[in-house]
Ligand binder design. Structure first.
Ligand SMILES: [Fe+2]
Length: 200
């Protein structure tokens, strides 16, 4: 039995237009995300079989790397879909807004820092706003590929997919326009819920 399953989206594929096209959303969900789910299940099973069998170190190392990539992809996209909403945009409020102001000075300061993290990625990756459990505050990190370059002390709250599959069909090479557009569909209610849960 598969451990991981492709989640349904809370909205239609065309619901985020004109900011993210239906074509991108459908391919992204039904092909890219679905492949990560299949890969995470396959890697989980292969690790179990190897660990119960010969336990070969080289094979286990490769399998764990494969698991991190595919389960990372499944995790990241599962958060990303919830971070977006056709009723999104506007500004965060309440405790989330206070935490953003504390960490980044203002919403504008946060937008600049988060966009900077997204646009300065080399190759595929994600911009991540997370709750840093050690510092007890919000922090931004760059996540490379699906599972690299981040520390484990951070609970992700808001993630932006900067893989080319997330924007190229619509925005071509102009990443900055994609990053500008997504602020219109960010679901601050979802980010605020994640923040409240992470802080507990
Ligand atoms: Fe993606």
């Amino acid at each position: 039995m598969a451990v991981y399953e492709l989640p349904e989206l809370d909205y239609a594929y065309d619901a985020l237009e004109p900011h993210i096209s239906a074509e991108i959303m459908e391919l992204h969900h039904t092909k890219h995300h679905a492949n990560y789910v299949a890969g995470a299940n396959a890697a989980t099973e292969a690790i179990k079989a190897e660990a119960e069998g010969e336990g070969n170190g080289d094979r286990l190392r490769a399998l764990y790397k494969n698991l991190a990539f595919n389960l990372g992809g499944h995790t990241n996209h599962s958060i990303f879909w919830k971070n977006l909403s056709p009723n999104g945009g506007g500004e965060p409020t309440g405790e989330l807004a206070e935490a953003i102001n504390e960490a980044f000075g203002s919403l504008e300061g946060f937008k600049k820092a988060f966009s900077g993290a997204a646009l300065s990625l080399q190759g595929s990756g994600w911009a991540v706003l997370g709750y840093d459990h050690i510092a007890g505050r919000l922090a931004i990190q760059q996540l490379t590929d699906q599972a690299g370059n981040t520390s484990i002390n951070l609970t992700p709250l808001l993630m932006l997919d900067m893989w080319e599959h997330a924007f190229y069909l619509q925005y071509k090479n102009v990443k900055a326009d994609y990053v500008k557009a997504v602020w219109n569909v960010f679901n601050w209610d979802d980010v605020a819920e994640r923040y409240a849960a992470a802080k507990k």
